[in-house]
Design a protein around this ligand. Structure first.
Ligand SMILES: NC(=O)c1ccc[n+]([C@@H]2O[C@H](COP(=O)([O-])OP(=O)(O)OC[C@H]3O[C@@H](n4cnc5c(N)ncnc54)[C@H](OP(=O)(O)O)[C@@H]3O)[C@@H](O)[C@H]2O)c1
Length: 332
């Protein structure tokens, strides 16, 4: 079988295509023939060497494929079932803990840039009806993060006002999920062309943050303050996210596109009685709930370009360029 591995010290030039034997599942494992993965910013940090990993690590936290063999104790799945992976393979249900979230696929355990692997029968969920493998592979990290921020932790209600930032994977899923739940959605982006596409997807208003650097204040004036923000930029967005939030609103702190350290003006948060909650993806239970919701809502992910497995480095270069809109996928 074919796989991609990261050779020390990492970096896109050290993504290497290898051939290895197809593994056999242990008693409580299933073997999956992976057919697609999608690129997340976390995968980029791993591949680029910014998050150090063991020599030979198979990257990519997202995978979708079909079960191809089952171990003798497997009751949950049958050969032929279509499945997708978990970002945290050990977080099945309940609250997050060190025990459930310290293992991350594609970082400290092998990920899904490979044709076959064996995983615990619990570390998988179903995929939405009528989704291709590429569509399903776009969900486990980005869509689940948006789902958890808005629905699980945010308690989004019909009529709420939601702000999503930029046109990456998390934000477009946030837009689609919020519209499906009956919210009004405000978005920011870097170009008029992307703004038009966000409107086509249902965004009610879009602000170009390159032209309006105080976009948070603009959105607050427009809305009277939003109820939810998915903050993807950290230092590059959080001060404006705080400007945009309304009384009692909720900011999901989930992204580091602008860096890891942010400065905020505390009274702007507490005098609006707003809350900020840290979000790191979600559990298998949350992922299954999200699949059920997508089956009712019926929307499809926005896919950008598709690459072959051995061209994974080109896919990351495309992500690096920032020209993508929605999810970049790799199919095999
Ligand atoms: N905590 C979690 O569980 C979790 C899960 C998934 C992702 N994340 C994080 O969320 C962030 C977004 O991830 P993603 O996978 O959606 O990214 P992505 O698909 O690569 O999209 C990033 C988009 O954000 C916009 N952008 C780029 N740089 C920016 C900046 N400095 N400030 C504001 N906007 C910027 C651009 O869109 P426009 O050109 O339209 O502005 C860009 O296309 C990343 O930091 C990632 O690590 C966190």
């Amino acid at each position: 079988m074919k796989a991609m591995q990261i050779k020390k010290p990492g970096g896109l030039d050290n993504l290497t295509s290898v051939e290895s034997d197809v593994p056999e599942p242990q008693a409580d494992q299933v073997r999956v023939r992976w057919h697609a993965t999608s690129l997340n910013y976390h995968d980029y940090l791993v591949a680029a060497g910014a998050i150090p990993v063991d020599d030979g690590r198979v990257p990519m936290s997202d995978g979708a494929g079909v079960i191809d063999a089952v171990g003798e104790n497997v009751s949950q799945w049958q050969k032929g079932d279509k499945v997708m992976s978990l970002f945290f393979p050990n977080w099945i249900d309940g609250e997050a803990s060190a025990a459930t979230t310290s293992t991350i696929a594609g970082e400290n355990t092998d990920g899904f840039a490979q044709e076959y692997s064996c995983v615990s029968q619990r570390s998988l969920t179903t995929i939405p009806d009528d989704y291709s493998f590429a569509e399903a592979a776009s969900l486990p990290c980005a869509a689940l993060t948006a789902w958890r921020g808005l629905i699980v932790e945010g308690g989004l209600k019909a009529g709420d006002k939601v702000l999503v930032e930029g046109s990456g994977g998390v934000s477009i899923f946030g837009l689609q999920l919020a519209k499906a739940a009956g919210a009004t959605v405000y978005a920011t982006t870097s170009s008029d062309e992307k703004a038009a596409r966000l409107k086509e997807l249902g965004a009610d208003e879009v602000v170009n943050y390159k032209e309006d650097e105080r976009w948070g204040r603009t959105i607050n004036k427009m809305t009277g303050g939003v109820d939810h923000v998915l903050d993807v930029g950290g230092p590059s967005t959080l001060p404006q996210s705080i400007e945009a939030i309304g009384y009692g609103g909720k900011i999901s702190l989930l992204g580091v596109l602008g860096g890891r350290d942010a400065t905020i003006v505390l009274p702007k948060v507490f005098f609006k009685h707003a809350s900020m909650h840290g979000i790191a993806v979600g559990s298998a239970r949350m992922q299954e709930d999200m699949v059920s919701a997508i089956n009712v809502a019926g929307f499809k992910p926005v896919l950008d370009k598709s690459f072959a497995l051995e061209n994974l480095a080109d896919a990351f270069s495309h992500q690096e360029s920032g020209k993508h809109f929605g999810k970049i996928v790799v199919e095999y």
